[in-house]
Design a protein around this ligand. Structure first.
Ligand SMILES: *Cc1c(COP(=O)(O)O)cnc(C)c1O
Length: 413
C-alpha cells in the first residue's frame, strides 16, 4: 500500500488492512459489548497483553479497531486510539500522561474548548505557559527543567495563525520532550506532521475526516518518533512492553479504559466511510477557500481577511512550506466598523450559520459572541480575535455559488 497514491490507499484501506469476512469492503459494525472466550486461558492472555483480542466494548471492539488502523495508516504512525470526540481524545490522553508538577508549553492560539481543558489541567497542578507558536523562540524562552511537552495546532482557528512546526519539532527533539500536535485543521495529505517530529498527533475526526456532519469522534496517534524511556510518568505496570508501546498503553488504560469516552461502533463506521473521500473534499474546500478569500479581499466593505493562502498573511511562507501547497479551508473576515456582522451572516442564503467546521457545507459564525464568549473581551484581545470577526468554514459547494452568495450578502448591507 505504501507506494500507492493517497486516495487509492484511502478507498482500499478498510478492505486491505482489515480483511472483513465474506469479501465485504467495509468492516461490519459490531454492536456487542462483550466477547466470549470458550477457553478461560484465552481471556486471561488478552487481559495480560499476551494475545490480541477484545474483552469489553469500552476498551475496544473490531469496528473501532478497524478505524484505528486506518487512522494510523493515514498518519503513518505506530498505533492510534479512537475516542468518542476530539475533546475526549485530547483530554483523556493528557490526563493519562501528565501529573501535578509537570510543565507544558501550549499554543496561545487554540480551539476554545482545548484551551478551557488546559485550564482544568492547570487546576489539577499541571503548570501551563501559553506562547506564540508562530516562532520557536517563544518556546525556547518558556522551557523549564520540568517541561514535559509542547502542544500546538497546525493552523489555529479562527485567526489562522500557523505554527512553525519544523522548528518546534526540532527543538522538542533536542530537549527530549513530547511534541503534541492537533492536526484537525490540516489532515494528510495537507500536513504530515510526523515529518516535523511530532510525537503524538491529535485529530477531531468529527471535522474533515468524517466530513459529513453525521458522527463525532477523535483520535490520537503515536508516530513512534519519541523515545518513551525519556518520559518519567509511565507507570511501572506499562513498562514491561516494548518501550515504543509505553505511551499508547498508558493512554489506552488510563485514558480510554478508565475515563471511558469510547467511540461507538456506528460512529466508527460513518467516520471510516467519510475518510475515503478525504482528499477529494479537502482539495475542493481548500480551492474554494482560496478563491473566496481572494474575492473577499477585493470587496470595499471587507476590512480584513485572514487566510494563510494570502501573500500578506504573516505566516504565508511557513504555510506554503508546511501544507503541501494548500492553505486549509478556514478563513475569517472582519467588515468595516459601520457594517453589522450579524446582519451580514443573516443575509447569507446558502451558507449555514452553525458552529462546526470541516463540513461539506459552508458555515459562518460570529466568533466573539459564541465560541469565544467565555474567553471575555480581554482574553479575545490576547488571542487576536476581533469583536466583529466572522469565521467561515468553506465547504465543497460549487465555487461560483459561494461567491454569488457572499456577494449578495455584502450588497445587502
Ligand atoms: C473541533 C475541534 C476539536 C474538538 O473536537 P470534537 O470532535 O468536537 O470534540 C479539537 N481541536 C480542534 C482544532 C477542533 O477544531
Amino acid at each position: 500500500m505504501k507506494d500507492l497514491g493517497f486516495t487509492t490507499r484511502q478507498v482500499h484501506a478498510d478492505r486491505v488492512l482489515n480483511q472483513p469476512a465474506a469479501g465485504a469492503v467495509h468492516t461490519p459494525t459490531t454492536n456487542s459489548v462483550l466477547f466470549e472466550y470458550k477457553d478461560a486461558q484465552g481471556i486471561i492472555d488478552v487481559f495480560q497483553g499476551k494475545a490480541p483480542g477484545h474483552v469489553y466494548g469500552r476498551s475496544s471492539c473490531p469496528s473501532v479497531a478497524a478505524l484505528q488502523d486506518m487512522i494510523n495508516q493515514l498518519e503513518d504512525g505506530i498505533g492510534s486510539l479512537c475516542f468518542a470526540t476530539g475533546m475526549a481524545a485530547i483530554s483523556s490522553t493528557l490526563f493519562a500522561l501528565f501529573r501535578q508538577g509537570d510543565h507544558l508549553i501550549v499554543s496561545e492560539y487554540l480551539f476554545g474548548n482545548t484551551r478551557s481543558f488546559f485550564d482544568t489541567l492547570s487546576d489539577f497542578g499541571v503548570q501551563i505557559t501559553y506562547v506564540d507558536v508562530t516562532s520557536v523562540q517563544a518556546i525556547e524562552d518558556a522551557y523549564q527543567p520540568n517541561t514535559r511537552g509542547v502542544y500546538t495546532e497546525t493552523v489555529a482557528n479562527p485567526v489562522t495563525q500557523v505554527a512553525d512546526m519544523q522548528a518546534i519539532g526540532k527543538y522538542c527533539k533536542h530537549r527530549n520532550i513530547l511534541f503534541m500536535v492537533d492536526n484537525t485543521m490540516t489532515p494528510p495529505p495537507l500536513t504530515h506532521v510526523k515529518q516535523f517530529d511530532a510525537s503524538l498527533i491529535f485529530c477531531s475526526l468529527t471535522k474533515y475526516i468524517g466530513g459529513h456532519g453525521n458522527a463525532l469522534g477523535g483520535a490520537v496517534t503515536d508516530t513512534g518518533s519519541y523515545d518513551w524511556q525519556n518520559f518519567p510518568n509511565i507507570a511501572e505496570a506499562y513498562r514491561s512492553a516494548e518501550p515504543a508501546q509505553w505511551g499508547l498503553t498508558q493512554i489506552k488504560k488510563r485514558g480510554l479504559r478508565d475515563l471511558g469516552a469510547t467511540l461507538s461502533a456506528g460512529a466508527a463506521h460513518a467516520l471510516s466511510v467519510g475518510m475515503e473521500t478525504l482528499f477529494l473534499r479537502l482539495e475542493r474546500s481548500c480551492r474554494n477557500a482560496l478563491k473566496l478569500a481572494t474575492f473577499l479581499e477585493t470587496r470595499p466593505k471587507v476590512k480584513r481577511v485572514y487566510y494563510p493562502g494570502m501573500s500578506d498573511h504573516p505566516q504565508h511562507f511557513i504555510a506554503r512550506e508546511q501544507l503541501n501547497g494548500y492553505y486549509g479551508a478556514i478563513l475569517s473576515l472582519e467588515l468595516h466598523d459601520e457594517y453589522d456582522p450579524v446582519a451580514f451572516i443573516n443575509a447569507l442564503e446558502l451558507v449555514i450559520c452553525a458552529t462546526h467546521l470541516g463540513d461539506n457545507r459552508t458555515l459562518a459564525l460570529p466568533v466573539a459572541a459564541t465560541i469565544f464568549h467565555e474567553a471575555g473581551e480581554q482574553g479575545r484581545e490576547k488571542m487576536g480575535i476581533a469583536e466583529s470577526l466572522i469565521r467561515i468554514s468553506v465547504g465543497i459547494e460549487d465555487t461560483d455559488d459561494l461567491i454569488r452568495d457572499f456577494a449578495q450578502a455584502l450588497e445587502s448591507l
